[in-house]
Design a binder for this molecule. Structure first.
Ligand code: NAI
Ligand code: MG
Length: 360
């Protein structure tokens, strides 16, 4: 019997609806070539349109609706003209991440052939690392409050939450990743010289974890110099693991150093596989270019490759990334405007799907 995966598809808003079909086109090409089946079901929630009709971003039974799928293939959510951004994000994506305990946010940062880095003199191969962000706790807690509103004593407090379970599990994931890569190098982001309670704890747990992985060369960088070194010496990183806030920043800065935000993929992973993991491009719904058919579909397509990797279809995943790279490098005529071309979302998607099929 052939391998078969059930995937929930949520296009969301704006260019999410334009790039998701191209992602699916490429996933189908890979499935045909490698002999597995994708059974997809598309959902219209997690969108401004759904919110206008229901006053909510998600149906009340969303956990039951989505919980049984093998993975979620997500576009982008957000249409600030209609729904405030904190409502659309907290009402959908952040509920998936927490409700499905997707405690790892993984973003590969790789300078591909055919893409120019905004950093001078950087070649493909110079930038190739992974950012692992803690995705469920840390600085993004809702513990805190506000008192004496509107008076001189107005006081605002928001706590950072670090649990041993939460810290150790994301560190372990990152060390396992590093141990499986040729360079076996891990850097953890910290700020223990300034944040004097939680960050020294993070360091302490990282040092304890490092002792369990003697084969991995592990070191730490304070977040301030780390951001500078992403720009100045991106070749010195292999796996970078960070708390929720620091990881958020690094995982936008990293892809920016490797070219356009339009090509960057990400995975929200529940490594225990109790719940489905969610795969989405780094970019948002881009209202400024939505509806014009010029959005770059590569971030979505590459996210599809990460999904296949997670599902165990490693060869197919590598084939998609290779097809992306060859098209970007060899077919300037299909590149979208953000890559300096005059092509369309569909044109670039089709070219990559064709390259996937031709790779046999
Ligand atoms: P954005 O990523 O949507 O757009 C930033 C800039 O990059 C825009 O100029 C846009 O045209 C360009 N861009 C983004 N993706 C592109 C692509 N595939 N091809 C070509 N150009 C691309 O971020 P922005 O403008 O801050 O947010 C817009 C909306 O998206 C907001 O509602 C925001 O909340 C939401 N958002 C959602 C995310 C998600 O669903 N994970 C992530 C980030 C933002
Ligand atoms: Mg971000």
């Amino acid at each position: 019997m052939s391998r078969r995966y059930r995937v929930a598809v949520i296009p969301g808003d704006g260019i999410g609806r334009e790039v998701v079909p191209e992602g699916l086109r490429c996933l189908r090409a890979a499935a045909d070539l490698h002999g597995f089946e994708l059974e997809t079901a598309e959902f219209g929630f997690a969108s401004a349109e759904y919110w206008v009709r229901h006053g909510e971003m998600l149906p009340p039974d969303w956990r039951d609706v989505l919980g049984g799928f093998d993975a979620i293939f997500f576009g982008a959510v957000g249409w600030p003209e209609v729904v405030p951004d904190h409502v659309s994000l907290w009402g959908s994506l952040l509920r998936f991440r927490r409700g499905f305990d997707q405690y790892v946010n993984l973003r590969p940062v790789r300078l591909l052939r055919g893409v120019r880095s905004p950093l001078r003199d950087r070649e493909p191969g110079d930038i190739d690392f992974l950012v692992v962000r803690e995705n469920t706790e840390g600085e993004y807690s809702s513990i805190g409050g506000r008192i004496f509103d509107g008076t001189d004593r107005e006081t605002v407090l928001q706590e950072t939450v670090m649990t041993r379970t939460g810290v150790d599990r994301v560190l372990r994931y990152a060390f396992e990743l590093a141990a499986a890569r040729p360079r076996r190098h891990l850097t953890w982001a910290t700020k223990s010289n300034g944040i004097s309670i939680s960050m020294p704890y993070w360091d302490e747990r990282a040092e304890a974890m490092a002792r369990q992985y003697p084969q991995v060369a592990a070191d730490k960088d304070h977040i301030d110099i780390l951001t500078a070194k992403f720009v100045l010496r991106p070749d010195s990183y292999d796996v970078v693991v960070a708390s929720n806030l620091f990881g958020d920043i690094l995982s936008d800065l990293g892809p920016a150093c490797a070219g356009t935000i339009g090509i960057a993929p990400s995975a929200n992973i529940n490594p225990d596989r109790t719940w489905p993991s969610l795969f989405e491009p780094v970019h948002g719904s881009a209202p400024d270019i939505a509806g014009r058919g010029i959005a770059n579909p590569v971030g979505q397509i590459w996210s599809g490759a990460m999904m296949l990797e997670h599902l165990g279809e490693t060869t197919a995943a590598a084939g998609i990334v290779a097809a992306i790279e060859s098209v970007l490098d060899e077919q300037p005529g299909v590149l979208t405007p953000d890559l300096g071309g005059a092509g369309t979302t569909e044109g670039l998607g089709k070219a990559i799907a064709t390259a996937i099929g031709a790779a046999s």
